[in-house]
Design a protein around this ligand. Structure first.
Ligand SMILES: C[S@@+](CC[C@H](N)C(=O)[O-])C[C@H]1O[C@@H](n2cnc3c(N)ncnc32)[C@H](O)[C@@H]1O
Length: 250
């Protein structure tokens, strides 16, 4: 039986890789490295750097162009479905062609594989396609949420209170009813700007874990414009941005 190990690599700092992750990197027969075009070259390089830093001796990588989602598809769900199917076909090809029976392939997954990451769902698709049999193993990683709260040295929740984790797309529908603390990920639209005037505090972080990390906190009404300006500059400089924020009622 073949095996696929998903290793959570944290969010940009090689030190985020756990000892368990290092052990898994060293027992993998092949490391599958996604490339996502020029602007995301830094993310592929970080994965290569992690392999260089933690794997003792020779190792084998296979680089593959990760299919991109067709943002022009009028149906978001259909676009994601087609995209995941294209990635599943690519995984299937590598599992069939690039490894022998009894071998292990490693995928270095950003943050933790359980949080806003579809690698596990896509591997289920690969299994359902029936062309290759394999086992799946997950090594937990540090999420962007943990990197954010650590950077500000704050607890994620207030005592005994729940935390809602959501996306910018969902937050655009309005502040979730009864929510106390809301973590927002995958927000390309600066949805926080629509929540000014509601008595919220924000803890915002971009490129968490990397040398370019940017952090801003304060009353949302006071810092929303500053976040927007810093975000725009950073995005222009790097060509991409990953940011996460926590909003909490004052
Ligand atoms: C596809 S999700 C992946 C989340 C990842 N699996 C995790 O555990 O954090 C990508 C989103 O995670 C957040 N994110 C990932 N890395 C980040 C970083 N270094 N700094 C800030 N936010 C980050 C951003 O909200 C980004 O839009």
């Amino acid at each position: 039986m073949k095996r696929v190990v998903l290793i959570g690599i944290g969010t940009g700092h090689p030190g985020h890789v756990t000892m368990e992750g290092v052990e898994a990197l060293n027992r993998a027969d092949v490391l599958l490295i996604p490339t996502k075009g020029e602007d995301k070259a830094a993310l592929a390089q970080l994965r290569r750097d992690i392999c260089d830093r933690y794997i003792s001796g020779e190792y084998r990588t296979v680089e593959f162009a990760l299919p991109v989602r067709d943002a022009g598809n009028p149906s978001y769900e259909a676009g994601v479905n087609d995209w995941h199917e294209a990635i599943a076909a690519e995984y299937e090809r590598m599992l069939v062609d690039e490894m022998a029976d009894g071998q292990t392939a490693a995928l270095l997954v950003w943050g933790d594989p359980s949080l806003y990451d579809s690698t596990l769902r896509i591997l289920e698709r690969v299994a359902a396609r029936g062309a290759v049999a394999f086992e799946t193993e997950v090594i937990a990683g540090i999420t962007a949420i943990q990197a954010l709260t650590a950077a500000f040295a704050i607890p994620l929740n207030r005592i005994g209170q729940p935390v809602l984790i959501t996306t910018g797309r969902r937050l655009a529908d309005g502040w979730p009813e009864d929510a106390d603390s809301v973590v927002v990920m995958l927000d390309g639209q600066e949805t926080f700007k629509g929540l000014v005037g509601r008595g919220l505090d924000i803890w915002w972080g971009a490129y968490l874990g990397s040398a370019d990390a940017a952090l801003i906190t304060g009353a949302l009404d006071d810092v929303a414009d500053e976040i927007s300006a810093v975000r725009a500059r950073a995005r222009q400089r790097a060509g991409w941005i990953m940011d996460t924020y926590l909003l909490r009622k004052r």
